[in-house]
Design a binder for this molecule. Structure first.
Ligand code: FAD
Length: 404
């Protein structure tokens, strides 16, 4: 048969369906989507949608354009089990969907802090529904505490400041974003938030919340106590793989795939935030939670789904990620971080406008730019080729380097 079942109605799931049809796949195509909404874009949820600058989600595809996809779209439906021997997906309404090929694109969900679960006004952000709830609470609050200084926590802090709230951002590491980009770039991001009036509490964590009602006292591990109206937990995301328990698929913080996007059972592939792939720019496997990676892996899986194993192509795209905080764009190309500190090759970290290169064993693996998008994209080939750092430094300044 040639029937395809895609589980997950986010960016990766929808883009896989679109790519399959574009390639001429004409067999039955089912998209199972747990949310009640048509697929929408997540990045604005922490930015223009949270500030209310945009009122409604950016739909990934206009409603009227679904008919031409010839999709059996099951909204508000959840896959609850997978039988790889019978090649069948069980849904929460009792339906069983047989497949010739299955694409797992169930994404990730916000991690929570179990100890805070009993408190009112402790929110997370992953979906449009979460965004609406958070927007409402931000409208009522005077002071918000954001737990977690990763990308999402920084964006939520920035949006809350833009709305005029008092904001405390609590991060366990020495700098925000340190896990992703290291302390040098993290310090520049810290300066950005301090300049905009965020009360940044670094190298400390929230150990306790006191008070059951709308107001809380936040107790930090360094002993500080803060009064706050609202707590937002932004401590990362966990892949949605619970429904795969017992399917015999190899799981390890995500669905383990080979470089072509194929999972460990025949006919099963994975794309997007839930997929863990070996990456040419990395060591071992990586699970990228990047908007562009969702599109890259969707295209990869669509191309390989019906190809013979020997004819499948491996993932080759250089990873790209961006984050908008206030009027500043933080962007990464390749795989920066991993404990390495970068070399600033243009601008200056103190100025808040710079390009920095990351290297491992003397070879360039990634780059980060703050407010320097053009310079960032000019080092794409350097990263793709893992060029020696010494060559890259000799070629600087990058703004004068011709495009390659
Ligand atoms: P998701 O978007 O998570 O979609 C998966 C879908 O599957 C969900 O709708 C889920 O409900 C559904 N699902 C889960 N389990 C089941 C099941 N069992 N059955 C049926 N359906 C199921 N990336 C950037 O590069 N730049 C940014 O600025 C940026 N900003 C972001 C801001 C926010 C608030 C968030 C949450 C993410 C942001 N990202 C950003 C990351 C980017 O949005 C994700 O990488 C992308 O959404 C991943 O797409 P996906 O389809 O793999 O997963």
């Amino acid at each position: 048969g040639d029937s395809v079942v895609i589980v997950g109605g986010g960016l990766a799931g929808l883009r896989t369906a679109e790519a399959l049809r574009r390639q001429g796949h004409s067999g039955p195509l089912t998209l199972v989507a747990a949310e009640e909404h048509l697929p929408y874009d997540r990045p604005p949820l922490s930015k223009s949608l949270l500030t209310g600058q945009d009122p409604a989600p950016r739909w990934l595809r206009p409603e009227e354009a679904y008919a031409e996809l010839g999709l059996d779209l099951r909204l508000s439906r959840r896959a609850v089990a997978l039988d790889t021997a019978r090649r069948e997906v069980a849904l929460d309404d009792g339906d069983a969907l047989p497949y010739a090929r299955l694409v797992i694109a169930t994404g990730a969900r916000a991690r929570t802090i179990a100890a805070f679960a009993r408190h009112a006004n402790v929110l997370t952000l992953r979906t449009w529904d979460d965004c609406l709830a958070l927007r409402t609470e931000l409208g009522r609050a005077r002071h918000v505490t954001v737990v977690g200084g990763g990308v999402l926590g920084c964006e939520i802090a920035a949006s809350a400041r833009t709305l005029g709230l008092e904001v405390t951002l609590v991060e366990a590491l020495e700098q925000p974003l340190a896990r992703v980009v290291g302390g040098t770039v993290g310090a520049a991001v810290a300066a950005l938030h301090r300049d905009r009036g965020v009360d940044l509490r670094l190298s400390t964590s929230v150990v306790e919340l006191l008070g059951e009602e709308r107001a809380h006292t936040v107790v930090l591990s360094d002993g500080a106590r803060l009064r706050t109206d609202l707590v937002v937990v932004a401590v990362g995301a966990a892949p949605n793989t619970e429904w795969l328990a017992g399917a015999g698929l190899e799981l390890d913080d995500g669905v383990v795939c080979d470089a072509t996007g194929a999972a460990s059972a025949e006919g099963v592939f994975a794309a997007g935030d839930v997929a863990r792939l070996p990456h040419p720019a990395g060591e071992g496997t990586v699970r990228l939670e990047h908007w562009s990676a969702a599109g890259d892996t969707a295209a990869l899986v669509a191309a390989n789904l019906f190809a013979a194993p020997g004819e499948r192509r491996p993932l080759s795209e250089v990873p790209y990620f961006w984050s908008d905080q206030y009027d500043v764009k933080v962007q990464t190309l390749g795989l920066p971080g991993h404990g390495a500190e970068p070399v600033v090759v243009e601008g200056a970290a103190e100025s808040g406008r710079f390009l920095a290169l990351y290297a491992r064993e003397g070879r360039v693996t990634g780059a980060v730019a703050l407010s320097m998008p053009a310079a960032l994209f000019r080092c794409r080939a350097t990263i793709a080729e893992r060029a020696p750092l010494s060559d890259a430094l000799a070629a600087a300044p990058w703004t004068r380097r011709p495009r390659t």
